[in-house]
Design a protein. Structure first.
Length: 260
């Protein structure tokens, strides 16, 4: 496996079941682990953003890449976009070519396939000694697991006619993640990362709703700012930058299809 951002070849730890691969990664970081992957066949406390549960049934890829870096947390936030590109590349490599244009990155941390959720990303950090920070880059990608929901808003690679091999999908993800982290280059390549992420997201002008604690605002997607915040053009023409919130887009569409 290629070396990680720290220059260390990541170890791979596999488990039949964990509470959460992110939680295990952060526990191991406190014990001195600096570069590793943690994989579980299932999770009993898998989580998404804002503490939401992520269904973690056998047959899916539930993996966390652990890094330990000496960087401010504000710089590490961009790893959500780094991971998004890697996850998009991975999915594109494991579905038929006809499906790839339907793959869409949704701000800030989801991968959709025809509007249905295919993968989610969760970045968590933990301060360590000597000013270092442990970063857990968690990925939940539906491969061949049961993703039936009452709303039909989830999809898997197998349902899309793609791979059913979790090991094969993980190998692609690990290589793609290493490549994208290298391009990010501890924040020096952020602008290139954001540009690549936007190439895989909805086109500017897509109708977008943002759900915030104080209510929902509506507008159109206008790209990302220099830090990765979502730019929303309000109906009255004003521009607003969103740094946290849930978005609903309609219709889901990309500018140039997938970029495997």
């Amino acid at each position: 496996m290629p070396a990680s951002a720290s220059g260390t070849v990541p170890e791979i730890f596999r488990y039949a079941e964990l509470d959460s691969t992110n939680a295990e990664a952060l526990r191991q970081a406190k014990r001195g682990q600096v570069a590793a992957w943690f994989l579980a066949e299932s999770q009993v406390q898998g989580r998404g953003r804002h503490g939401r549960q992520w269904s973690s049934r056998p047959g899916g890829l539930f993996a966390t890449h652990l890094l330990v870096l000496d960087l401010p947390v504000r710089t590490l936030v961009a790893l959500t976009f780094v991971a998004g590109i890697a996850v998009h590349q991975t999915a594109a490599a494991h579905v038929p070519a006809s499906i790839r244009p339907d793959l869409l990155l949704k701000w800030p941390n989801d991968l959709l396939a025809g509007g249905a959720k295919l993968a989610g990303i969760l970045i968590q950090t933990e301060p360590l000694s000597a000013g270092k920070t442990a970063i857990a880059i968690g990925v939940g990608l539906n491969v061949a697991n049961d993703v039936k929901t009452t709303s039909g808003q989830a999809a898997s690679l197998a349902q899309l006619g793609g791979s059913r091999s979790v090991n094969s999908v993980f190998s692609t993800l690990a290589a793609a993640m290493t490549e994208q982290i290298s391009l990010w280059n501890e924040g020096q390549g952020l602008s290139a990362v954001l540009a690549a992420w936007q190439d895989r997201a909805m086109i500017k002008g897509t109708a977008t709703q943002v759900r915030l604690p104080q209510g929902t605002i509506k507008g159109t997607y206008a790209g990302l700012d220099a830090s990765g915040g979502l730019l929303l053009r309000l109906d009255e023409g004003l521009m607003r930058t969103i740094h946290a919130g849930d978005i609903v887009i309609s219709p889901p569409q990309t500018e140039a299809g997938a970029h495997p």
